[in-house]
Write a protein that binds this ligand. Structure first.
Ligand code: ZN
Ligand code: ZN
Length: 564
């Protein structure tokens, strides 16, 4: 028996507001609002991070800017986490103190979240409730039910969100894996039932919308990996994402089937193994060998399961490739299997890593030359089509994609005769009901950079200066003035990151710059020299001009005035 749905009150609206994860793959932060516009109640689905790149020197972690919803923090009824990938839970430790709503997650996700909250020192403060797989949860007007899906991590959940104005299916990350090895298969019956009852909107993963066919199954990877490892002599290293526990399980069982013991290398491998064991996975395997014990095994009797498939410089595999890992050495006659894909943006670091391993004589195996040793965790086009056939939504809302993915997903939904489609950007408030769906407002959104342990607005002054100094170099100027504002010694100029050559050595260039700075200071009238600022500005101006002439670039100029 389905209970009759509560009636909407006049003036009620149902809105979707992505503050992260729309127009990008990463830092998912989705909000659903219900009620009249002046008194909406909110739920949050996922609160993740994304990672920095060469354009954000010194910034590794980036997260959504919650400032819009922070003003309505009292109206957030809960934060529901679909699965434990960093782009879905990574920001909770940082942003929860600004939102302060109860958090809900299934056991595996909750296990990993607790570690994050412990690291952030807020474990005791955060009300975290574990919900079982397929569990349900009602928060104000939102009646939610988790739906088991398949992905590349244990316990991936979709969420159906029933409201008096209609039902949303928020898919989270998913694929249709007929044999995911660990956990249940995609619960298509639940989705079909939802479709029968009527789905107003489906907010759906767009990652693989350009890829035809199906993503493939973890069971196929198991066959391929086992076959490959059975042919190998020498040490074998397998690199994969630690969070893909099914993949980890595959590598472990392939090792054992071929007379090898397994050594986990890298902190997140150990962390994920513990999380997996906490929910009953990785049972019935032999104990792991520590990396110091592993060196006592014959080459044919060991398999290293490593972090660092994306070339992350501090991860296990990079250290092995550099030859700086204290225990694990790979060389001629050894093998490294990349059971992972190249995440866009990591191409160069992966290539460098692979070149270093290759230079040591290690033979490499990637999905390009050995199809089957990796499958994606996101739905390809045929899977998306199936999902649309099951759920039959009235509105398609593509998320979890860059602009090109979202636009292609819109086109696919149109081809599938979905009556309405909206592809929002972060900050777009999407009206789902009542009436014609569409974007009705744009609210403040953006990114926060974790810079030196501090959350800063994106492109803050420190980062801009660092970026500028990284490509243009830095000039440091020391100016000593006496009590009457006269130079009390020679102006000194030091250069950082600026070149010189035989024709014009750096020392000479710096001396010339010191002369220019001296002239600039002397040309200021006495009144201007009473304060530091006019001096700094005059020196900055003239040295930038001189540097332009010498190096054809404009370094950062930092002037220190000392009164003696
Ligand atoms: Zn994701
Ligand atoms: Zn995911």
């Amino acid at each position: 028996m389905i209970a009759p749905a509560p009636k909407p009150a006049p003036g009620d609206e149902l809105v979707f507001l992505p503050l992260g994860g729309s127009n990008e793959i990463g830092m998912n932060f989705n909000l659903y609002g219900y009620g009249p516009p002046h008194a909406r109640k909110w739920i949050v689905v996922d609160l993740g991070v994304t990672f920095g790149d060469a354009t954000t020197p010194g910034v590794e972690v980036i997260m959504p800017d919650p400032r819009y919803i922070e003003d309505y923090a009292d109206d957030i009824l809960g934060i529901v986490l679909t699965h434990a990938h960093e782009d879905h839970i990574g920001a909770v430790g940082w942003l929860w103190p600004r939102l302060k709503a109860p958090v809900y997650a299934t056991p595996f996700t909750a296990f990993l979240l607790r570690e994050k909250l412990r690291d952030a020192d807020i474990l005791d403060e955060v009300p975290l409730t574990e919900i079982p797989l397929n569990g349900s949860l009602t928060l104000g007007p939102f009646e939610m039910q988790l739906i088991t899906l398949t992905h590349s991590i244990p316990e991936p959940n979709g969420v159906s969100i029933k409201t008096p104005l209609g039902t949303i299916l928020h898919t989270g990350d998913w694929k249709i894996d007929p044999d995911p090895l660990l956990g249940g298969v995609t619960d298509q019956d639940a989705i079909r039932r939802l479709g029968d009852e009527g789905v107003l909107a489906m907010v759906c993963d767009s990652t693989n919308v350009f890829v035809d066919g199906h993503a493939g199954s973890e069971a196929e990877v198991r066959v391929a990996m086992n076959a490959l490892i059975s042919t190998l002599k020498g040490k074998v290293a397998v690199a994969c994402f630690a969070s893909n526990v099914a993949r980890m399980d595959t590598a472990i069982r392939a090792a054992e089937a071929n007379g090898r013991r397994v050594c986990l290398v890298g902190r997140s491998m150990h962390r994920m193994a513990a999380a997996a064991k906490s929910v009953g996975f990785l049972e019935g395997i032999r104990p792991f060998v520590t990396d110091s014990e592993a060196s006592r095994f014959a080459d044919d009797e060991i398999l290293y399961l490593c972090t660092g498939s994306q070339g992350e410089p501090r991860a296990a595999l990079s250290r092995i490739a550099e030859g700086t890992h204290p225990h694990v050495k790979l060389g001629l006659g050894d093998h490294c299997i990349f059971s992972s894909r190249v995440i866009p943006g990591n191409d160069i670091s992966i290539r460098n890593l692979q070149n270093k391993l290759s230079d040591r004589g290690v033979r490499l195996y990637t999905e390009r030359d050995h199809p089957g040793i990796h499958v994606s965790g996101h739905p390809c086009r045929d899977e998306l089509k199936e999902m649309y056939q099951w759920a039959r939504p009235h509105i398609a809302v593509p998320t979890h994609g860059e602009r090109r993915h979202l636009q292609e997903h819109l086109a696919l939904a149109r081809d599938l005769q979905v009556p309405e489609q909206v592809a929002p950007r972060n900050g777009d408030m999407v009206l789902l009901a009542p009436g014609k769906p569409g974007i009705i407002d744009e609210v403040p959104s953006g990114r926060l950079f974790l810079d030196g342990g501090v959350l800063t607005p994106e492109n803050s002054d420190p980062l801009r200066e660092r970026r500028h100094a990284a490509s243009n170099g830095l000039l440091l100027v020391a100016v000593a003035l006496d009590g009457r504002g006269r130079l009390a010694g020679d102006v000194k100029v030091r250069g950082v990151g600026l070149p010189g050559d035989e024709d014009y050595p750096l020392d000479e260039a710096l001396d010339d710059l010191a002369d220019d700075a001296t002239k600039a200071i002397k040309s200021l009238d006495a009144g201007a020299r009473d304060e530091d600022r006019p001096i700094e500005q005059a020196v900055g101006r003239v040295l930038k001009k001189s540097a332009q002439r010498i190096w054809d670039r404009r370094p950062v100029v930092e002037t220190v005035v000392v009164r003696v």
